[in-house]
Design a protein around this ligand. Structure first.
Ligand code: PMV
Length: 329
């Protein structure tokens, strides 16, 4: 059968992310490292007879957006999906209406739901419309979609959703490099509260414009930590990596991001002899993580839980976006 002809339904999935190094620094052009995590979001796509996008986000929620309104502000439930379809429509005007059904973990834990949904949307919708996108094109389109909704962001989360594995991003806007790591001996602790990325990124940007010399030095040090951490991870030098992780946590605190609860998780992990620990992401809540091998893992988990963290048993370094199912006529 000819490629794309007779395709009735396509499902794609993309992983979430855990930012390992370079949080905030990547927004300002410094390197960062992210790993893809096994909390996948799915999008199922099929054609409909209307010049519109329909999105079902749950059993009782169906949104409809005429193609002519794709670029306008949308309901927050479908903002990323609509922005992604808007990108696809700009690249190749859609000839058919489209229905999408999104699904995934009900609690995002700050582990990259927006990027995973945007990327899975583009993968499923481009496939059903028979538009061939390379991974690099998908990355660039999903990044633009997220910028359209949020107004800012480095694309580190999109890198994890598209390419999977563990990615080193030298500079926001460039194509990330895949790190050759086999395993990541880390433990993720959820702080119990969700963080708003945009406000914190703006707050750090404000600090940078008031104290450019100081903040640039901190961000530059974070960038160098990403570069050094990369070789530690590739060479399995976990103790060195732990020390760099602790320095990075201190630098994030220096920028005024982080919460008391995240700090408690970090200290609890260190007290349980983790090699190092830091918050992940913007730092208003969400997760912290700690490096620990199997011999101390149980102690670190117990320490994180005693400090009020919810330990999430989530695999890291997992595959990126993929088409998981296709139904033909
Ligand atoms: O989306 P979050 O809160 O996990 O933050 C991602 C990392 C930041 O550097 C703070 C933002 C970005 O776009 O890189």
């Amino acid at each position: 059968m000819e490629h794309g002809k007779g395709l009735m339904q396509v499902s794609a999935s993309a992983p979430g992310k855990l930012v390992l190094f370079g949080d905030h620094a990547v927004v300002h052009g410094y390197p960062g490292i992210v790993t893809a995590v096994d909390r996948r979001y799915q999008v199922r796509a099929r054609h409909i007879d209307a010049a519109a996008l329909q999105v079902r986000t749950s059993a009782d929620r169906l949104h409809e957006v005429p193609f002519t309104a794709l670029g306008k502000t949308q309901h927050p439930d479908i903002a990323y999906v609509a922005a992604a379809i808007n990108q696809l429509n700009a690249r190749e005007p859609l000839k058919h209406g489209l229905k999408l059904v999104t699904s995934g973990p009900t609690r995002s834990l700050g582990l990259g739901s927006s990027s995973a949904i945007s990327v899975a949307t583009l993968a499923a919708a481009s496939r059903i419309h028979d538009v061939d996108l390379s991974l690099d094109e998908l990355y660039s389109m999903a990044r633009t979609a997220i910028l359209d909704v949020q107004g800012l962001g480095s694309g580190l989360d999109v890198a994890a959703a598209v390419y999977g594995g563990t990615c080193f991003l030298e500079r926001a806007g460039e194509i990330p490099e895949a790190l050759s790591v086999e395993r990541l001996p880390l433990i993720i602790g959820y702080s119990g509260s969700k963080a708003g990325t945009v406000n914190l990124v703006k707050r750090v940007a404000g600090l940078r414009s008031r104290h450019p010399d100081l903040v640039e030095a901190v961000l530059g040090a974070m960038g160098r930590i990403s570069i050094r951490s990369r070789s530690c991870m590739e060479e399995g030098r976990w103790r060195d990596l732990g020390a760099l992780t602790d320095i990075n946590q201190g630098l994030l605190e220096a920028l005024g991001v982080g919460t008391g609860q995240l700090a408690q998780l970090v200290y609890a992990a260190r007290s349980a002899r983790a090699w190092g620990a830091k918050l992940s992401g913007a730092g208003g809540g969400d997760c912290a993580f700690a490096w620990a091998d199997d011999s101390i893992r149980a102690d670190v988990v117990a320490g994180l839980e005693a400090a009020g963290g919810q330990v999430a048993d989530i695999a890291c370094n997992v595959p990126g976006v993929k088409v998981i199912d296709e139904t033909w006529r």
